[in-house]
Write a protein that binds this ligand. Structure first.
Ligand SMILES: [Cu+2]
Length: 152
């Protein structure tokens, strides 16, 4: 009687342990955020900077924090936010972008955006640009951005 009860207790403990191990594994790397609908707005005239927009979805059970972005197609990429201060639209650099578990961040005209500086080659509407986001935990997040002309 005593022995079987102890065995049951041990079984419950083992079950709890394996469940914990599984969920830790899922958190560690099975789940990654996704960059959707990425696009780059081509300026109406030749300019050394462009803005990039996308929706970054985090379906994972833990928050992620984007701390940097880079692209082979640009000399410098940074996260910016546009805000209207005293009636004047101003941009400021965002040191990091945190996306909560199950939440999305939307980069859109007039709000958060990627500031893409020093394009290396002439970009044409319809061409695709790869941007890689760096996460605080050391992970990387690939994103694809389609170039669109400003008039679109
Ligand atoms: Cu900007």
């Amino acid at each position: 009687m005593n022995a079987s009860r102890r065995r049951l207790g041990l079984l419950a403990l083992l079950t709890a342990l394996s469940t914990a191990t599984l969920s830790t594994a899922a958190l560690a790397g099975e789940c990654t955020p996704v960059v959707r609908d990425g696009w780059v707005r081509m300026p109406p005239m030749a300019m050394p900077m462009m803005a990039g927009f996308a929706r970054i979805e985090n379906p994972c059970a833990r928050p992620v924090t984007i701390v940097a972005a880079s692209s082979a197609a640009f000399g410098d990429v940074s996260l910016h936010e546009t805000r209207v201060v005293d009636g004047v639209s101003r941009m400021r650099a965002l040191p990091e972008l945190r996306i909560g578990a199950g939440e999305s961040a939307v980069l859109k005209p007039g709000g958060m955006h990627l500031m893409l500086m020093q394009p290396g080659a002439a970009l044409k509407p319809g061409s695709k640009v790869a941007v890689e986001f760096s996460l605080k935990d050391g992970g990387k997040l690939p994103g694809e951005f389609v170039v669109r002309s400003a008039s679109e």
